[in-house]
Each structure stands twice: as structure tokens, then as C-alpha cells.
Design a protein around this ligand. Structure first.
Ligand SMILES: [Zn+2]
Length: 402
């Protein structure tokens, strides 16, 4: 006689029951684990998370598989005494969700076997999607969608799902989708005319209850193909999220949802082209700007011009172009900086006939900015987060040169 009779084995839709408390133990968490003579609560196992609910109105946070010790119900709050009769209630929305995911997995896994002889190696119900890892040769979107289509047809045919208990000898002659994970009596789940597999989980009465299956994503993982899917209410929730995202993107283009991907692709291409054109124009502009800047600075007694300038919101590439245009002039040093809200950037450069080690100057300047940088004696780049110190950093470099 097992410690807990499992009511969910015979009826996955039973959510209210009465039972006798047979044992209770304190948990490290401070909650109490209660064992019952019978339960409708499914404990975590087989890739399916545990049910939640109440015992005499107190929250059951989790149920743990204790094998021959029965099912442990972790109760938050006042736990009932041993010998007491309790009323149990399973949270139905969570149970329905798990049944849809779990039954959906049986159907999807069998669809991959039927079409591609591709067995499922593992299964997990995660918080908002599920995963199966399958062994399939050369997966493509098209192959996976064919399995999804077959699975949905099986759902919409509303096939009956039955549970039978058989001995392992009887099971040996049956066309089971996967090898039983245990010895002794087996619980077989049959989807009429489609799938037969040993399983201890909770399943729908009929395939129609699963609603629909969608694949969100797939990729290769450790020699297998990992398929991220959602069934039933999760498929609907996923559709809502995906639709919201697609519509938000489409609204940026004042376009229809179905055109959004094409328009985004086109805009990315246009953006790359614009970048190339801007770079070309910046080089031309840098020469004009460099001439003006250079002319505005008077040479010192040694004939050296130190151009010392800070800009707003200018990127490192653009600063470098300007510095290069400046040092095309003889006896010139460019100490250029740019700042935005979070970053300060510097470019130091000198013409071949000018004195000074730009790399050394840059390292000292970057210490002031609390950042990093360096380069060669004639050209160095750097930056840091200490934006308000950019003027000090450049002035220090300038005064060490004069
Ligand atoms: Zn199952």
C-alpha cells in the first residue's frame, strides 16, 4: 500500500478532494510538509512543475515527490494535525496550463517521430514556454512547421486520450514511443490512433483541450535540436506578445504589421548607406573645419600651434578625422575632446615635426577621466566616464607641452 493514493492518476480534472493527514514534518524554509492518505496534487516530476492550491484554505506552495513516502505538500501557514481530515483544492488555471503543455508535448513529440523518426530526448515546462530536445537530421523551419501542423491537426481532430495500467511484460509487446523509465506496473497514455507512451503526468481528456501548439524558436544544443514551444493558453499569450511587438514596430513605419520585417530590413540597409555617406562628408568637413581652427590659433615662440578644443556629442571616429586633418599642417598638435551625458572621448595627435609623446599624454589624461586609452607617440585615443573633468584633462596635456 503506497503512502499516498494518487487521485490525479485516474482523473486529471479532479480539483477538490478530502483526505486524512498521515504525517507532517518541518521544513528548513519554516513551512510544514504534510503527507495525506490520498491527493489530487501533482508533485514536481517528469518535466512538469508541481500543482499549487490549498489545504483547509492554507496555501500549498509546492508538492514534492517522496516516492514510497508519498507526496509531500508544503503548506505555508497553519498546517493541519496528523489524523485530521482536510479539504484540498488544486489551482485549476495552473493545472489546466500544465495539462495543455504536457499533453501538447506528447502530441508534438509523436508528430516528430511520425514524420521524421526523430525521438524526443528531454522535456521541460518553463515559466512561459516549454522545451523539447529532439534528435533530428538537418532541421529547418519548414520541417519543424510540418510537425507543428500535424500536431495541430491531431489537436483539432479532438481525439480521445485514455489511461491504462499494464504490467511490464504486457508493455514489452506494445509499440511504445519511449522506453519506460521504471519497472513494474506501467501507466500508459494513449492518444487514439496516434501515440502510446508510459507517463505519470496529468493529461487532457481529449486532444482538443490542448487548443493549439506553436513553436517560438529552435536551435542546436549539444548535438540535439532544442525546440521552444507553447500550447493552449500559453500559445495565446505568446501570440498576444508577438502581435504587440510586431504592431509596435509597424507603427514606427506607419505600415501594416505584416510589412514590418521587410521595411525594417530596408531601413537597416539605408542606414548603412547613410553611414558611408556621412563618413565621406565628415572627411570633407573635417578639412574645412581644420583649416578654420588652425588659423584661429597663434603659434607659440617655438612656432608650434597647439589646437585645444572640446565638442559636444562627437564620436571618436569624427574626432580622429579632424585631428588628422589638423596635423597635415606642420608644427601642429591637436588635443581634441568630445563629451556627452555619460562619456568623455579624447584624441591627441601631432604632426611629424612637432614634439611630444601623445601616448604618454593620453595615459595621464585618461587617469583624470577615470578611463583608459593610449596609442602611438604621434596619435593616441582614449576616454572615460568622468565627463566633467574633460577640460582639466586637456588643459593639463596642453600645459605640459608648453
Ligand atoms: Zn505525459
Amino acid at each position: 500500500m503506497p503512502a499516498t493514493e494518487r487521485l490525479y492518476y485516474n482523473d486529471s480534472h479532479l480539483i477538490e478532494f478530502e483526505a486524512l493527514v498521515t504525517d507532517k514534518t518541518d521544513r528548513v524554509s519554516g513551512w510544514t510538509a504534510v503527507t495525506l492518505d490520498r491527493t489530487a496534487f501533482y508533485p514536481t516530476g517528469g518535466g512538469q512543475p508541481s500543482d499549487t492550491g490549498t489545504l483547509n484554505g492554507e496555501r500549498v506552495l509546492e508538492c514534492i515527490e517522496g516516492e514510497e513516502n508519498g507526496v509531500l505538500h508544503v503548506v505555508q501557514g497553519r498546517a493541519p494535525e496528523v489524523g485530521a481530515t482536510v479539504k484540498g483544492r488544486v489551482d485549476w488555471p495552473r493545472r489546466l496550463d500544465h495539462m495543455q503543455q504536457h499533453t501538447g508535448q506528447h502530441i508534438l513529440s509523436q508528430a516528430f517521430v511520425t514524420l521524421f523518426n526523430a525521438p524526443t530526448k528531454s522535456f521541460r515546462v518553463l515559466s512561459d514556454v516549454c522545451e523539447i530536445d529532439i534528435e533530428i537530421n538537418n532541421p529547418t523551419d519548414e520541417l519543424i512547421e510540418r510537425a507543428v501542423e500535424l500536431a495541430n491537426n491531431v489537436i483539432w481532430e479532438d481525439r480521445k486520450i485514455t489511461i491504462t495500467n499494464v504490467t511490464s511484460e504486457e508493455a514489452a509487446d506494445l509499440p511504445l514511443r519511449k522506453e519506460p523509465a521504471r519497472q513494474g506496473e506501467l501507466r500508459l497514455i494513449e492518444i487514439e490512433g496516434f501515440d502510446l507512451t508510459p507517463c505519470g503526468g496529468t493529461h487532457a481528456y481529449r486532444t482538443g483541450e490542448v487548443g493549439m501548439i506553436v513553436v517560438r524558436h529552435w536551435d542546436r544544443a549539444k548535438g540535439l535540436t532544442r525546440i521552444e514551444f507553447a500550447a493552449g493558453t500559453r500559445a495565446l499569450a505568446d501570440y498576444r506578445r508577438a502581435n504587440k511587438t510586431a504592431r509596435a514596430v509597424a507603427a514606427l513605419y506607419s505600415a501594416s504589421r505584416d510589412d514590418a520585417a521587410k521595411l525594417t530590413g530596408r531601413m537597416v540597409e539605408e542606414n548603412k548607406e547613410l553611414h558611408r555617406r556621412v563618413r565621406g562628408l565628415e572627411e570633407i568637413a573635417a578639412h574645412v573645419e581644420a583649416n578654420e581652427l588652425w588659423s584661429s590659433v597663434s603659434p607659440n615662440s617655438a612656432g608650434l600651434r597647439i589646437v585645444n578644443q572640446i565638442f559636444n556629442n562627437r564620436d571618436a571616429e569624427s574626432l580622429k578625422h579632424l585631428a588628422q586633418a589638423l596635423i597635415a599642417q606642420p608644427l601642429t598638435i591637436a588635443l581634441l575632446g568630445s563629451r556627452d551625458k555619460s562619456d568623455a572621448r579624447l584624441v591627441f595627435a601631432r604632426s611629424a615635426d612637432a614634439p611630444g609623446d601623445m601616448n604618454a599624454l593620453m595615459r595621464s589624461a585618461c587617469e583624470v577621466l577615470n578611463g583608459r586609452g593610449g596609442g602611438k607617440p604621434d596619435l593616441a585615443q582614449g576616454g572615460g566616464k568622468n565627463v566633467e573633468k574633460i577640460r582639466d584633462a586637456i588643459d593639463a596635456a596642453a600645459s605640459s607641452l608648453s
